[in-house]
Design a protein around this ligand. Structure first.
Ligand code: G6P
Ligand code: ZN
Length: 544
């Protein structure tokens, strides 16, 4: 086996987005494309020689091929040891758990998260640092800078490695350990939640649940946890076989893409509890019988009920939410007397707060919730957290959410996505909105008066780093908000996200349909941004 040095030329489009480098499979299959990016990661890391890395992915098309390439490149670049999930599988939160559990130097996770997979789908590469979390901007910027000048990469010439069995072997001088992707994660979950209580609940015959893994990575995890360990009947986990193209579906747990689950939970004989997770297992959607839990509410409710869960019974240090996430959790934090931080979109911004023990729970409107147990958001963790609360309170999901609103008021919240619109139009819309900011303050739109309009900028309270241009916010005097932001995770054109939030303290209005309750704000958003004109669309692609 010898190390080969291959000459290459930079690809100028390798800038990591909200969550790593994400492109279509075809782009990743261009000769040297993957190799350039991986070598740029290795070149940007200090003292990589002899270190331990973790490697795995969500099982989508190209996962296996990419893992073979990365293993050979790691061996050629002097990595000491690699822990790789059996069959190349590691959910994003499990990868974070394995990095932390083994004191690894970092990890490479292969996933395009909730984007579709398959030959015509997307692929992605994320680098995580030693705390188990996504690389912060200074690391991703260094990687990007390296991609712009790279002229060679190193790869070991060797046959492919068999990843189908757990075991250890050498690749050149590098140790490869093929590990059980589920076991360490299951053990971590057992340390946080009341598994005896959950076992009782799921075997009582009085409680039914359905977990939809959308043919993505959580299938094996969910079967091991819910069916094997917690005794739920076989069939509790649906779409539990990870497929390279996710069965042709869109592995995003929301009301549009998790249709099978939604139909079950809103149909006859609906189970008591439903949940879904995304391609790489870090997102979650929680449903009760005929009831949807908004992710922003979910964070607030987990925070308010954390004392019922063994891993969090001693209290929370603080909480954090991304800027577009509703302020529901802010009021819970206030009542608990703990700090609440507002960060830009992207889990990487929670890492410093968690490491500095300023926060224990974090969440985003984009169906992500997590805690200090790892440094990624964690879909199955959120499901177990909810089940633990449901079992401890002996109440339904709907009862729990409604009693939360009674106590704290309700934040009506919705996100309107305009996917794959022309980039120029999306940028023009943002410019158009921004150009009005000097004149918006104090302006009245129906019952709403603008309190502030700004471009969100974040100064990290731990390392002082500044992240600018994180979304245009228009806040009203009653606390309602409209936010315009371009997604950083799409791969085709641009995706405009319009986030709408209004606070309602009047209990008699809590049963209003969200879109009805937000109608006036929706119209104001159109008036200010001229969304139809700039996107050339009559309506959003996805409403959550
Ligand atoms: C990923 C990130 C999240 C982010 C979400 C939406 O899931 O991990 O932190 O909230 O994408 O990001 P986007 O830039 O598409 O709005
Ligand atoms: Zn994901």
């Amino acid at each position: 086996m010898s190390i080969k040095t291959v000459s290459t030329q930079p690809f100028l489009d390798q800038k990591p987005g909200t969550s790593g480098l994400r492109k279509s499979v075809q782009v990743f299959q261009k000769p040297h494309y993957l190799e350039n990016f991986i070598q740029s990661i290795f070149d940007s890391l200090e003292n990589l020689q002899g270190q331990t890395l973790v490697l795995g992915g969500d099982g989508r098309y190209y996962n296996r091929q990419a893992i073979q390439t990365i293993l050979k490149m790691a061996a050629a670049n002097g990595v000491g040891r690699i822990l790789v999930g059996c069959n190349g599988i590691l959910s994003t939160p499990a990868a974070s758990c394995v990095i932390r559990g083994n004191g690894a130097y970092g990890g490479i996770i292969l996933s395009a998260s909730h984007n579709p997979g398959g030959v015509d789908g997307d692929f992605g590469v994320k680098y995580n640092i030693s705390n188990g979390g996504p690389a912060p901007e200074k690391v991703t910027e260094a990687i990007f800078a390296r991609t712009q000048v790279i002229d060679q990469y190193q790869i070991l010439e060797s046959a492919d490695i068999n990843l189908d069995h757990i075991g250890s072997f050498k690749l050149g001088t590098m140790e490869v350990e093929v590990i059980d992707p589920v076991k360490p994660y299951l053990e971590l979950m057992e340390s946080l939640f009341d598994f005896d209580l959950l076992h009782k609940c799921l075997t009582s015959g009085n409680f039914t649940m359905c977990m939809d893994s959308l043919h993505a990575v959580t299938g094996p995890y969910a079967k091991a946890i819910f069916e094997n360990r917690l005794g739920a009947p076989e069939g509790t986990v649906i779409n539990g076989e990870p497929l390279e193209d996710f069965g042709g579906g869109h592995p995003d747990p929301n009301l549009v893409y998790a249709k099978t689950l939604v139909d079950k939970l809103f149909g006859d004989n609906a189970p008591d509890f439903g949940a879904a997770s995304d391609g790489d297992g870090d997102r979650n959607m929680i449903l009760g019988r005929k009831f949807f839990v908004n992710p922003s509410d979910s964070l607030a409710i987990l925070t308010a009920n954390a004392h019922l869960v063994p891993g969090y019974k001693d209290g929370l240090k603080g909480v954090a939410r991304s800027m577009p996430t509703s302020g529901a959790v802010d009021r819970v934090a206030e009542k608990l007397g703990i700090d609440c931080y507002e960060t830009p979109t992207g889990w990487k911004f929670f890492g410093n707060l968690l490491d500095a023990e300023k926060v224990t729970l974090c969440g985003e409107e984009s169906f992500g919730t997590g805690s200090n147990h790892v440094r990624e958001k964690d879909g199955l963790w959120a499901v177990l957290f909810w089940l633990n609360i449901v079992a401890a309170r002996g109440e339904s999901v709907e009862q729990i959410v409604k009693s939360h609103w009674q106590e704290y008021g309700r934040n009506f919240y919705s996100r309107h996505d305009y996917e794959e619109v022309a980039s120029d139009g999306a940028k023009a819309l943002v410019d158009h909105v921004y150009s009005q900011f000097d004149n918006l303050k104090g302006k009245q739109f129906g019952q709403y008066i603008v309190a502030y309009a700004d471009d969100f900028s974040y100064t990290d309270p731990v390392d002082g780093s500044v992240s600018k241009n994180q979304g245009l916010r228009i806040g009203f005097t009653d606390g309602s908000r409209i936010i315009f932001r371009l997604s950083g995770t799409g791969t085709k054109g641009a995706t405009l996200r319009v986030y709408l939030e209004s606070y309602e303290a009047d209990v008699s209005k809590y049963d209003l349909d969200t879109q009805v309750a937000l109608k006036e704000l929706i119209d104001i958003a159109e008036e200010i941004a001229q969304i139809k004109k700039f996107t050339n669309r009559d309506q959003p692609t996805v409403i959550t």
